[in-house]
Design a protein around this ligand. Structure first.
Ligand code: CA
Length: 433
């Protein structure tokens, strides 16, 4: 079925500001709370959110086989379960309805009053109930940087890295939408040169610049997904800040991997940009040498050219862009990640989230974490206001943005912005006691 929604010449009757991430060719999906305190599934064009629940009730999707309450839910999981054919029909229909040449809704003020909201009238929620969250480690540059710092500069990549999309199972309960403040976590760390651990607030909180993809129900237990079909089960992507406490991580990660240094928070951008909307921005993946095993081989352009950047903004200070990277630097594609994840028969469900791993490029200004940017504290990053950073400071806001741009068409993700609050005062009396 053609993706008519991607027609680059289409214009909307909803105004779209210049350089908006959300032209009519984007049509992302999200969940929001309206001014009437109703939770609904919606999309966005320019600076307007569109209530798909109301649109459906008013009959605008009558030619698409959808259950009556598919958009009247507080998560997208059921809609995602309907599968790729339905996602396409719905995106195509939205594009048609909001096309400047279409009169069906454009002049019906009573209907527009019900379905259209300005962004300041709504509050974005988590778009899916995330059953399982897996985090990969798929940027060769990031894995090499970490290997150089923590192990052996001459053998930075471990022997399995070029054969396996390395990953671990994370925790979904602490994934939060953009805008939710994060607390500096407590934990065990080992001071430099000491042999006994101490307990206290982490001194090395970091961001990780990642993207995450969201799946549909992909397979039955015991059945792998073929790498050449894996993309059919990917609904879309979000920006993903995988907050990390490096000092806690360093002490705890041997032998079973990341735990409390990683599971205190991960922040996502609230609009899921569909894989369909990203079609025009496909590019070749980095060459894989040695050739992966047959179950990981695929042809064609399996990467996406998505510009990424990270800003650090101190409280009452100016913003500094500390990193510019690109999703296309990923060594392992999303299709390879999903094929590998299921090759043992592991079942993947609707709403599962798969993090890419920190996305670093080859140059020092493209490194996707403060750990790498400040090279383990040896090269502090100077912000525009003159302050230095080796890690994220209390009350800093970390903002990540992502967008694709080609032939005058820009499709973006908006942003994920979250503030790091100081650690709780554990000795302070608890409220309500
Ligand atoms: Ca991560």
């Amino acid at each position: 079925m053609p993706i008519k929604a991607n027609d680059p010449n289409r214009k909307s009757w909803i105004p779209v500001p210049e350089n908006s991430d959300f032209p009519i060719q984007n049509i992302p999906f999200g969940v929001f709370l309206t001014r009437d305190d109703v939770i609904t599934i919606g999309t966005r064009i320019g600076d307007h959110a569109i209530d798909l629940g109301s649109l459906h009730q008013l009959g605008y999707f009558k030619d698409i086989p959808l259950t009556d309450d598919i958009f009247l839910q507080d998560t997208l999981n059921d809609f995602i379960s309907d599968g790729k054919k339905t996602w396409r029909l719905v995106r195509n229909r939205i594009a048609e309805l909001f096309d400047v040449r279409n009169e069906e809704l454009q002049h019906k003020d009573d209907h527009k009053q019900i379905v259209l909201f300005t962004m300041d009238e709504i509050e974005m929620q988590l778009p899916v109930q995330i059953g399982d969250y897996t985090d990969f480690y798929s940027s060769k540059e990031h894995a090499t940087n970490i290997g150089k710092m923590f192990r052996d500069p001459d053998n930075a990549l471990l022997p399995n890295w070029l054969h396996i999309p390395v990953g671990y199972h994370g925790r979904s309960s602490t994934i939060v939408p953009s805008g939710t403040p994060i607390r500096r976590p407590y934990g065990q760390t080992i001071p430099k040169g000491e042999d006994q651990p101490v307990f206290g607030p982490s001194k090395l909180v970091d961001f990780e610049l990642e993207m995450a993809f969201i799946t549909t129900d992909a397979n039955a237990l015991g059945e792998p997904i073929d790498v050449t079909e894996a993309e059919d089960y990917i609904f879309g992507l979000v920006l993903f800040n995988d907050w990390s406490a490096r000092d806690i991580q360093k002490w705890e990660y041997v032998p079973l991997g990341p735990f409390l240094g990683k599971n205190f928070a991960s922040s996502i951008s609230p609009w899921i940009v569909t894989l369909d909307a990203l079609e025009p921005f496909r590019v070749q993946s980095p060459k894989q040498e040695p050739q992966p095993l047959p179950y990981l081989r695929h042809k064609g352009n399996n990467s996406f050219d998505i510009h990424l950047e990270v800003d650090v903004t101190p409280e009452d200070g100016q913003s500094t862009t500390v990193c510019k990277s690109n999703f296309k630097y990923m060594y392992w594609s999303m299709a390879q990640q999903l094929a590998h994840h299921t090759v043992n028969g592991c079942k993947v469900n609707s709403g599962d989230m798969m993090g890419s791993g920190t996305i670093s490029g080859t140059t020092p200004d493209s490194f996707g974490s403060m750990l790498e940017l400040a090279w383990q504290g040896t090269k502090p990053v100077t912000l525009n206001g003159g302050e230095e950073r080796k890690s994220v400071a209390d009350n800093d806001t970390i903002t990540m943005r992502g967008y694709c741009h080609k032939n005058g068409l820009r499709i973006g993700f908006g942003e994920v912005a979250s503030k790091l609050l100081p650690a709780l005062d554990l000795k302070a009396p608890k409220k309500n006691k």
